[in-house]
Design a protein around this ligand. Structure first.
Ligand code: HEC
Length: 156
């Protein structure tokens, strides 16, 4: 009987990891630095380019991007998991070609700049947004806020 115990323990230890692997990983809470990056760089991008359709007035795709909590909650679909940029639906749509039907913001809106997109990517990657990139993205966001909205296309 004594001899059996180590064997049972070994079998249990081997089985346990597979049993826990099936559960989805819980999202890690954001660090203070990530929250600061969000507030300084990411939220202003969403305010300038997304919140008119994804905020308190309109919730297109059941998605709001006006707070960090709402952004992480997602809409009809999940937006992103920090650390997994390549399976993020939000990033996928932002990085689409401008002539793609699903691109965000939609075709007739002011597009995001490369720097804004790179900052967003770094944030979702879970990396601190490098200072230079953060500055460039913030400058682009300010320009976008000052720019006139593109004129609506004449209805066909
Ligand atoms: C002019 C309005 C408008 C703006 C501005 C806009 N969107 Fe959207 N968005 C929509 C509409 C309409 C849908 C729902 C239909 C669809 O999924 O294409 C949508 C859907 C989405 C979805 C999918 C939601 C889901 O859960 O299925 C994401 C992600 C998204 N938008 C991200 C963004 C981001 C990020 C921005 C800013 C960079 C943005 N959108 C700006 C109109 C807009």
């Amino acid at each position: 009987m004594r001899a059996l115990l180590p064997l049972l323990l070994a079998a249990w230890a081997a089985a346990a990891p597979t049993a826990t692997k099936k559960k989805p990983e819980p999202a890690k809470p954001l660090t203070a630095a990530q929250k600061a990056d969000y507030a300084k760089v990411i939220q202003p991008i969403f305010e300038a380019h997304c919140v008119s359709c994804h905020g308190p007035k309109k919730e297109k795709g059941k998605l709001r991007l006006d707070t960090l909590e709402a952004t992480l909650k997602g809409g009809k679909n999940p937006t992103f998991v920090i650390g997994k940029p390549n399976s993020s639906m939000l990033l996928a749509r932002v990085f689409l070609e401008r002539n793609a039907g699903d691109v965000m913001p939609p075709k007739d809106e002011n597009p995001l700049t490369e720097k804004q997109k790179e900052a967003l990517y770094a944030f979702v990657e879970g990396q601190p947004i490098p200072d230079e990139l953060a500055k460039a993205a913030i400058a682009d966001t300010k320009k976008a806020l000052a720019a006139p909205k593109p004129a609506p296309k004449p209805k066909k």
